[in-house]
Design a protein around this ligand. Structure first.
Ligand SMILES: Nc1ncnc2c1ncn2[C@@H]1O[C@H](COP(=O)(O)OP(=O)(O)O)[C@@H](O)[C@H]1O
Ligand SMILES: CC(=O)N[C@@H](CCC(=O)OP(=O)(O)O)C(=O)O
Length: 265
């Protein structure tokens, strides 16, 4: 649905989200937009795993997640981060409900490669009916990136990937990754827009690296006729009365940059 906006809040910024950010979500809702929030929590997971002496590594940007680690990941994401965001939403008058993939089998998955990654999942389905019902009741879903496997276990999924999966499944009109930088930075400045070809070049040159890679990959994977632009932006500047600021990722150079879709909502 074109009126759905998926907003992915990165773990890098969650502790520093401004009241304005939450008020902007409320404003979006008042203008008839249906926001869905997906959040990360990488730094908080890292801290808790270290405190509890649970080992992990990263392979291709994904956290290897043992049986012990998935309990900690779920505790941090669903128990702490998800609750904090949902609480803040409700405090500013947005009716929001906290969820993970286990609720109503919202996100189901298969193991990515159990031998290599442990409890890390590849999403196979999103319960879109359930989300649509919530949106219909003007409830904002706040979703932790935990999926449930056919074995009934919880699996860890990269939050950027989950945001892309949900945007695609819900036919969202917009996907915004809000993070701790103004967008894709290059030569000391903000890149206002980037195509698939630009991004490939920037990854090859090492300009786009680390945590920015899963974001651009998720963005490129879900661009379509329906979802023509994906934004990457600073969380506290991304959404304003003037529209959306940041880097706009689009399919091709030729694509018309119809900013009206951004500034009207
Ligand atoms: N070209 C780039 N422009 C901006 N940030 C970049 C770039 N390449 C890598 N990054 C890194 O990506 C980070 C954002 O990713 P990450 O820390 O995973 O955020 P989040 O937790 O919000 O998902 C930035 O803080 C920055 O360090
Ligand atoms: C499999 C995997 O790597 N999962 C991520 C989930 C959280 C996340 O993606 O958080 P950010 O958005 O803050 O990076 C993790 O364990 O860190």
């Amino acid at each position: 649905m074109h009126d759905i906006v998926v907003i992915k809040c990165g773990g890098s910024i969650i502790d520093r989200l401004s009241d304005q950010f939450f008020n902007n979500i409320r404003q979006l809702q008042r203008r008839g937009v249906k926001p869905i929030i997906v959040h990360g929590g990488g730094p908080a997971i890292k801290n808790m795993l270290e405190q509890l002496d649970v080992p992990f590594t990263f392979i291709d940007g994904l956290r290897t997640t043992s049986a012990e680690a998935i309990d900690v990941v779920e505790m941090v994401l669903s128990g702490h981060v998800n609750n904090a965001i949902t609480r803040h939403m409700n405090a500013v008058g947005v009716q929001a409900t906290g969820l993970s993939g286990s609720d109503a089998r919202l996100i189901t998955c298969v193991p990515k490669d159990f031998q290599t990654y442990g409890y890390v999942g590849d999403v196979v389905n999103v319960n879109t009916d359930f989300l649509e019902n919530l949106l219909h009741q003007h409830i904002v879903p706040v979703i932790a990136p935990i999926a449930v496997g056919e074995d009934g276990n919880s699996y860890n999924v990269n939050a950027d990937t989950v945001a892309g999966n949900i945007a695609e499944a819900m036919d969202a009109g917009k996907l915004i990754f809000v993070t701790d930088v103004p967008g894709i930075m290059h030569d000391g400045g903000l890149l206002p827009s980037a195509t698939k070809a630009d991004i490939k070049g920037l990854i090859d040159q090492g300009v786009i690296h680390g945590g920015m890679i899963p974001k651009v990959k998720a963005a490129l994977a879900c661009l379509s006729e329906d979802l023509q632009h994906v934004m990457i932006a600073d969380a506290n500047q991304a959404i304003s009365d003037a529209g959306f600021a940041g880097t706009m990722i689009r399919q091709t150079e030729e694509a018309v940059v119809d900013d009206s879709t951004f500034s009207n909502i």
